[in-house]
Write a protein that binds this ligand. Structure first.
Ligand code: NPW
Ligand code: ATP
Ligand code: MG
Length: 329
């Protein structure tokens, strides 16, 4: 008997959803299907009517002498999820290294120049979102420049995803993003604790990750917080989404950097689509759910092929197939 491709796709989707809920019984498969539908609603269609740049022009602020992989992962994941152009603003030394990884990235060696804020600001009118922090390092002079870049981005209402050393800066100066609802923070376990210590008066209850995420988001004026971990817990201070989609047991470095690049693209898709497409959820919340599920699905697929030897580079060729499987079925 011939089986229709649509039926096969629906079965594949149900299998993904079953994996998603194997760890967390509080939601039904129906809830998860609904949240995936909201992500599907924000994805811009591929048509012949679009010109280069309309699906996304993203800037990554990061990359220094020690860390060149992290900004590369964020920038390439932005392109592979569907952005048209991906810029990296890094230090002079890091630039040739990052360029050598891929001809597809546009690399600006400006972050340690005395004129860094102005050099990045020139590009802001042409960018839809910034991802701040992957591979940035913690040198005071660089962080000072990033402060200026964040202020300039807020003044232009540009969405910002803040990760890694960008979160280190926010923990020192939470006022930089206080109340900016186009900011999404993506802390790992340690970064989440550091931020919580910086802005909450009472210690967080580590057994209640939903409550902790809500509190941190509220304390920061409802910026969206993506608390990464065995389950990703996402909150805008009003609502909480959890992403339990099965990933893998490999914890190789760089997976969070991929997530931040996906999110840079998806947050601007979601804000562009507007709240009517996200049915009562804030657009950044839906974008974050999309980026978390895609990261975990890429990790799952890569692990099926490479097992213990899986590294973040192995996840990159999985982005297209994982995206289709989650959002195009
Ligand atoms: N290829 C590249 O270029 C990459 C570069 N990267 C860049 O590196 C920079 C620093 O970022 P980072 O994430 O390494 O932060 P950092 O605060 O030094 O923490 C590290 C220490 O925290 C701990 N720890 C972590 N998770 C934990 C957990 N769940 N539960 C408990 N403990 C946990 C653990 O410490 P330990 O086990 O030693 O106590 C770990 O060693 C940043 O710019 C980033 O973008 C990365 O993106 C990777 C790929
Ligand atoms: N224990 C876990 N089980 C399953 N998935 C996990 C686990 N911890 C993290 N993840 C997933 O791995 C991805 C990256 O999260 P992680 O906490 O490793 O970020 P990170 O430390 O910032 O990574 P990076 O090395 O890029 O800086 C996220 O998609 C998250 O859902
Ligand atoms: Mg990280």
């Amino acid at each position: 008997m011939a089986v229709a491709p649509g039926w096969l796709a629906a079965q594949a989707c149900r299998r993904v959803l079953k994996r998603a809920f194997s760890l967390h019984k509080a939601h039904s498969i129906k809830d998860m299907e609904y949240t995936f539908q909201l992500v599907k609603n924000i994805i811009p269609p591929l048509t012949t009517k679009k010109y280069k740049g309309q699906a996304g022009r993203i800037g990554i602020v990061g990359g220094c002498q020690e860390y060149t992989g992290a900004p590369y992962f964020a920038a390439i994941s932005a392109l592979k999820v569907g952005a048209d152009l991906s810029h990296v603003f890094c230090t002079r030394e890091a630039a040739p290294v990052i360029k050598s990884y891929s001809p597809e990235l546009i690399v600006h060696p400006v972050l340690d120049s005395p004129d860094a804020v102005h050099e990045v600001e020139k590009w802001l009118p042409r960018l839809h979102a910034l991802v701040v922090g992957p591979g940035l390092g913690r040198e005071d002079a660089l962080l000072k420049n990033v402060e200026g870049i964040l202020e300039a981005s807020k003044a232009r209402a540009i969405p910002v995803v803040i990760d890694a050393d960008g979160l280190w800066l926010i923990a020192q100066q939470p006022t930089l993003i206080q109340g900016y609802r186009k900011a999404v923070l993506t802390p790992n376990h340690v970064e989440f604790l550091r931020l919580s210590e910086a802005v909450l008066t009472d210690p967080v209850d580590s057994s209640d990750r939903r409550g902790a995420g809500l509190r941190l988001s509220q304390a920061l004026g409802n910026v969206t917080v993506v608390q990464k971990g065995e389950q990703d817990v996402i909150s805008d201070g009003e609502q909480v989404l959890e992403c339990n989609l099965q990933g893998s047991n490999r914890r190789c470095g760089g997976q969070g950097d991929l997530l931040s690049g996906f999110l840079g693209v998806m947050v601007q898709w979601a804000l562009h689509a507007g709240p009517e497409k996200t049915n009562g959820f804030s657009p950044p919340l839906v974008a974050a759910f999309g980026a978390c599920s895609l990261t975990r699905q890429c990790s799952h697929q890569a692990f099926q092929k490479y097992g213990r030897s899986t590294t973040t580079s192995d996840m990159i060729p999985e982005i297209g197939p994982a995206f289709s499987r989650l959002f195009e079925t």
